[in-house]
Structures are given as C-alpha cells and as structure tokens.
Ligand binder design. Structure first.
Ligand SMILES: Nc1ncnc2c1ncn2[C@@H]1O[C@H](COP(=O)(O)OP(=O)(O)O)[C@@H](O)[C@H]1O
Ligand SMILES: [Mg+2]
Length: 501
C-alpha cells in the first residue's frame, strides 16, 4: 500500500514542500529511503524503526521504500523523521491516512519515540501556509513557534505513541510561554549596562548614534581603554524589534538552532565571532548552504573585536551585505540568498603594539599590514568613527554618568522619528530617499558645502556624513537637519591621517 505525507526541507532559509511517499510490498524485509537525502535524513531510517517499535507499533517485516519528492531538491536536516514515521504507519494500515491530508508534518524522533523539538519549525509552518495546507503537526515544545504563522492550525505531539489520539482530534496545549511581550524592554537585568563605563562620553554618544540609525561604527584606541566593554553594552540600548523584524529574527535563529524560547524573538541579535573566523563562517557556506554570522546578526549587531586580526578575505566578504543587506552564497550548481542587514561594530588598536602616535614601537611591515586591513572597501562602508582614549583619572574614580536606560529612551525616540518618515533606518537611506529625509537648513547646507570642499569628501563619504547628520538630528528631536547636527556628524567621521598616524 502507498501513503503520502507532506513535510518540508529548509533550503537556505526557505521552506520547500517535500512529499514523503511510503510504499510497502511483499519481499525480503528492507527499509530504503530514496530521493537525494543527506546523511541526517538517511539516518532517519534507524530512528524511525526504533521509535515505531518503542511506541507499541509494528515495523512492517516487508519491503518498505520511502521516496522523498521532488528528487531534485537536496534534503537536509532532521525534521523528516516524523513525516516518514507517519507515512510508514499509514502505508501499513496502523493509522488512518485521512486526518493527515491537509497537514504538514515536521519533527525529529528519538529512538524511544519522543518527538524532539527541531530546528526550522517556524519556516516549516510558513511552508505549510504557502503550500495551501490548513494545519501543521510539530513537537509540542515548538507549538508556540509554529503558532506565530497566521492562518495555520497547530497540532502538537510529544510521543509517537500518541499519534492516533492526536490525529483523532485530541489537542495538546503548548507548554506555557514565558511572559514576555515582543517589545519587552531590552534593558533587562541580564544585559551589561553602560553605567559600568567611566568617562568615554564621546564614544558612548557614537554608540547612541549607531543604535539609533543602525549605523556601522569603528571604535579605535589603545588597549585597555574600554572598547570591548563599550561594544558589549550596545545590546542594552538597541531599539526593540518591529513585529516583522521579530519574525525574521526568529525564523533565522530557529533554522540555526539558536532559538530557545517558545515564541517570538524579543531582542536584536548581537554576534561577536572570533577573529579566526573564515569568510564562509562570516557570510555562510557549506555543501548545503547554511547561514553565517552576518545572517545570524540580521536586524542586529555584528561585532568584530580586534578588527585588524581578521582574515582580509573574510573582511572583504562583508562588502556585499553592508551594501545590499543580503548575501549570496554560491556552491557548485546552486546558490542561496540570505538576509544580512546588520550594524557592524568594530574595535581595533591604532597599531599592533597599541601605543600609537609617539611611543609606538611597531615595525614598518607590521604597521603597513595593520593599515592595509583597516583601509579599503570595508572601511569605506563604516559610517561612524570614535577615538577611544585613556579615561581620565577623575572619570575612573567619579560616579557613574550615563545609564543604558537613559540612552535607550533617546534611541527609541529617534527610531520612532525615522519610522514616521518611512520604513528604512537612516543607515539604509540611499539616493532620493536620503535627499527626501534630510531637510537641511540653509545654515547646515553652507557648513556642509565648506567641509565637503575642505575635506575632499567622496560621493560616498558625503552620503555617509549626511545619513549620520540625519540620525544626530533625530536624537535631538529635530525635524530638520541643522548646522550643529552636521557639525556633530563631521566630528564622528573617520580622519584617516590622524587615526593611522
Ligand atoms: N572606561 C572604562 N570604565 C571602566 N572600566 C574600564 C574602562 N576602560 C577599561 N576598563 C577596565 O579595563 C578592562 C579592559 O577593558 P576592555 O574593554 O577590554 O579594553 P579594550 O577592549 O579597549 O582593550 C575592562 O574590563 C574594565 O574593567
Ligand atoms: Mg578589547
């Protein structure tokens, strides 16, 4: 007998419907899975067989063939187990196939027959909706995640033995979700707070501008001045996720196996990969293309500490996402496109020995290497530059100055001003959208024109400075970009000569 069940492969970040066909006929006992499955899927054979037997079902002692269609699609991941088990049970007459029609089935089995929560449930539920199905059957633990997709009924299952009851209409309730609203303030106790930082008012202001407008930022200064400390406190001042952004972040985290909660992601991601990371690790790769750090940082922050230590090719691979907000990963005969719209925060010493300027003891070659890493196309896409100097002794003993909560309130208000103008954060404004958003006063225009000539700004440099000026004005609660906003933006610019002297 033949039975069919619908499940989903995750192709990059996209769900693709897969039909699981199980055919059972007489012959020597055998269990074969065909249809371009990767190893984890082939291993489903062993899990399905053991799970069936341990759940009080029989495993048919005949020739069992499971086909995954379409054969051309490469199938990866563990979400196929439950669908294969359902198809085998239906084909062998142990469950009725009717209730499964209209369902998408997605879950991993343990040998004992428990349904394990697996990666990609949100994407699978989206796939079910796209395929015109009415319901999904997933691990009970992941019901909340599947329930984020509107228009799809969610059935949960915790043990395979319960399958007949669940298909007969018995509904499990999702495990109770932690009580957090999607826009719960991110100034939770577990986030590091800016109040720990003494002094560094200019760098903190640069962080606020970066958070408010989604700009990329380079923190540059000698070792031990608090660059890492500052960057790690950025999450405490980031604006909350918009509902659509929260869905995107949840879907990516779910596919990457990073999503712990029951529902929507509540925070912008903050990713801090080590400097030994490869280009593939940063932008994604692998035989079945998997998202990299740039995509895991989507809608949040990618922090590159000790920037000059990173592999040059890895750094250059970030050009595309910084420019376009996505990456394209090409592997053999296929390519995947991943979203990657993040704010880049980088920290670096001014030179390899870190002393810089007068007391620097670096050799010519070391210095040249350092400069090469910190120049070129990547630097050209960093909007803000903050020099982090040694804090004054007074600052170190003085009482705390700025708390994250204060800064975050300003950041949120500035983000709201941007939202009122359009969908894009200031860092994303290009061309006509940038000109429309600017609203320069004539005094601001005059100042900018003078600086443009005096500093020999490039066209890209001009746009960068103006985008930052727009954010400074938004932080100031101003509809128009005035002279002082342009002046502040120019001060946040990178001064190549100075920074690398
Ligand atoms: N501005 C500062 N305020 C308070 N503590 C600081 C400051 N700068 C440095 N420190 C202390 O020095 C340590 C090292 O700072 P870190 O952020 O790692 O410096 P960097 O990344 O610039 O080398 C911190 O953990 C902190 O204890
Ligand atoms: Mg550091």
């Amino acid at each position: 007998m033949l039975a069919r069940v619908t499940t989903f492969a995750i192709d990059g970040l996209e769900p693709r419907a897969v039909t699981v066909e199980a055919d059972i006929r007489s012959g020597l006992p055998a269990f074969t899975i065909v249809g371009l499955a990767d190893r984890a899927v082939s291993e489903a054979r062993e899990r399905v067989r053991a799970a069936l037997l341990n759940s009080g079902f029989e495993f048919p002692l005949r020739r069992v063939t499971v086909n995954l269609a379409p054969a051309s699609l490469r199938k990866a991941g563990p979400g196929f187990d439950l669908a294969i088990a359902c198809a085998v049970l239906a084909a062998s007459g142990q469950i009725s196939p009717e209730p499964l029609a209209g369902h998408g089935v997605f879950g991993e089995l343990s040998l004992g027959g428990e349904i394990r929560p697996c990666r990609g449930v949100l994407a699978a539920a989206e796939g079910a909706r796209q395929a015109g199905l009415t319901a999904v059957l997933v691990a009970r633990e992941r019901m909340g995640e599947a329930g984020l997709v509107p228009g799809i009924a969610v059935a949960g299952i915790d043990r395979l033995a319960r399958l007949p009851a669940v298909l007969a209409g018995e509904r499990l309730t999702p495990p109770s979700a932690p009580d957090v609203a999607p826009d719960a303030p991110a100034t939770a106790a577990d986030l590091l707070d800016l109040a720990d930082v003494r002094g560094q008012a200019l760098a903190i202001e640069a962080l606020a501008v970066a958070a408010a407008g989604g700009h990329s930022l380079l923190l540059e200064g000698p070792p031990g001045t608090g660059k890492t400390m500052l960057a790690r406190r950025l999450p405490s001042i980031l604006p909350p996720l918009e509902p659509q952004e929260a869905l995107e972040v949840t879907r990516i985290a779910s596919i990457a196996g990073l999503h712990e909660g029951h529902g929507l992601a509540t925070r912008r991601p903050f990713r801090a990969p080590h400097h030994t990371i490869s280009a593939a690790g940063l932008i994604g790769g692998g035989p079945v293309p998997a998202p990299g750090e740039a995509t895991l940082a989507h809608r949040g922050v990618l922090f590159l500490d000790e920037l000059s230590e990173f592999d040059r090719r890895a750094l250059e691979s970030l050009r595309q996402p910084l420019e376009d907000g996505h990456v394209t990963v090409v592997r053999a005969n296929r390519s995947a496109r991943f979203p990657a719209r993040f704010a880049l925060i980088a920290a670096t010493n001014p030179c390899p020995c870190g002393r810089a300027a007068s007391s620097c003891r670096c050799g010519e070659a070391e210095l040249a290497r350092h400069r090469r890493r910190l120049s070129g196309p990547l630097m050209d896409r960093i909007d803000l530059h903050a020099s982090v100097g040694r804090p004054l002794l007074d600052d170190l003993v003085g009482s705390a100055t700025t708390s994250s909560a204060e800064v975050r309130d300003r950041v949120v208000a500035a983000r709201e001003r941007q939202r009122a103008r359009g969908r894009q954060a200031n860092a994303e404004l290009r061309g006509a959208a940038l000109e429309r958003a600017l609203q320069l006063t004539s005094a601001a225009e005059r100042l900018f024109a003078r600086a443009y000539d005096a500093d020999g700004l490039s066209a890209r440099g001009r746009d960068r400075a103006l985008r930052v000026a727009r954010t400074v004005a938004d932080l100031d609660g101003s509809d128009r970009v005035d002279r002082e906003h342009v002046a502040a933006a120019l001060a946040h610019r990178r001064r190549d000569a100075e920074a690398l002297a």
